[in-house]
Design a binder for this molecule. Structure first.
Ligand SMILES: Nc1ncnc2c1ncn2[C@@H]1O[C@H](COP(=O)(O)OS(=O)(=O)O)[C@@H](OP(=O)(O)O)[C@H]1O
Ligand SMILES: Nc1ncnc2c1ncn2[C@@H]1O[C@H](COP(=O)(O)OP(=O)(O)O)[C@@H](O)[C@H]1O
Length: 194
């Protein structure tokens, strides 16, 4: 590592953000499988796009088809998954984008390591706090049923832990309000940051 330097370039993040007329930030959606992370993040992205903002949505399922196709759900693999996404998110923030990351990311320590990579006002943790009972009722992919039957091991909330955030910037239970109300809460929070 000591033989690898760092190149500073003429165009920087501030210039890219100014070109886009937006402040780049990362919203990190964490919650159980089926809690509504992807739906909420996707609906927020749609609204921000309508408002002329340039965003990018990183979704656990999708990323695991490509960048993280080699990773499973052991603690080590989940940590590596989140480490890779953190590095990708840093690049996207530097590109001036508003990044939406939707990952179970069950470990408090894991998420703290992510938070520490960004200036305080630029990292927004959104705890999608939908209760396990609701997530299991929804079970859109039948994964809870398989986990209960022992066909899937290390399934978050069943035989792998989920550590709820202690100080997320926002907490949203997607079974409590209509989706548009939840999206407006997120938009208003972003607007309050300037
Ligand atoms: N064992 C196990 N535990 C949890 N989730 C599992 C597992 N196996 C597959 N899936 C599906 O993978 C999605 C979670 O991937 P993530 O990358 O978000 O997980 S993590 O952040 O690395 O914990 C998650 O997608 P979402 O339902 O969209 O959250 C699951 O559908
Ligand atoms: N705000 C919501 N209100 C009602 N159902 C929702 C809401 N958000 C998500 N769902 C439903 O819950 C299921 C899981 O949503 P999804 O976004 O895939 O969750 P996750 O990405 O956390 O696994 C889907 O069937 C989806 O239609």
């Amino acid at each position: 590592m000591s033989n690898i330097g760092w190149h500073s370039h003429d165009v920087d993040r501030e210039q890219r953000s100014a070109l886009l007329n937006q402040t780049s930030r990362i919203l990190w959606f964490t919650g159980l499988s089926g809690s509504g992370k992807s739906t909420l993040a996707g609906a927020l992205e749609h609204k921000l796009h309508q408002n002329g903002k340039l965003t990018y949505l990183l979704d656990g399922d999708n990323i695991r088809h490509g960048l993280c196709h080699d990773l499973g759900f052991s603690e080590t693999d989940r940590n590596e998954n989140i480490r890779r996404i953190t590095e990708v998110s840093k690049l996207m923030l530097d590109a001036g984008l508003i990044v939406l990351a939707a990952f179970v990311s069950p470990s408090r320590l894991q998420r703290q390591r992510v938070r520490e990579q960004f200036p305080q006002a630029e990292f927004i943790e959104v705890h999608v706090s939908t209760p396990l009972e609701i997530c299991e009722q929804r079970d859109p992919k039948g994964l809870y049923q398989k986990a209960r039957a022992g066909e899937i091991k290390q399934f978050t909330g069943i035989d792998a832990p989920y550590e709820a955030p202690l100080n997320a910037e926002l907490t949203i239970d997607t079974s409590s309000d209509p989706l548009d109300v939840q999206v407006n809460t997120l938009v208003e929070y972003l607007e309050s940051l300037g």
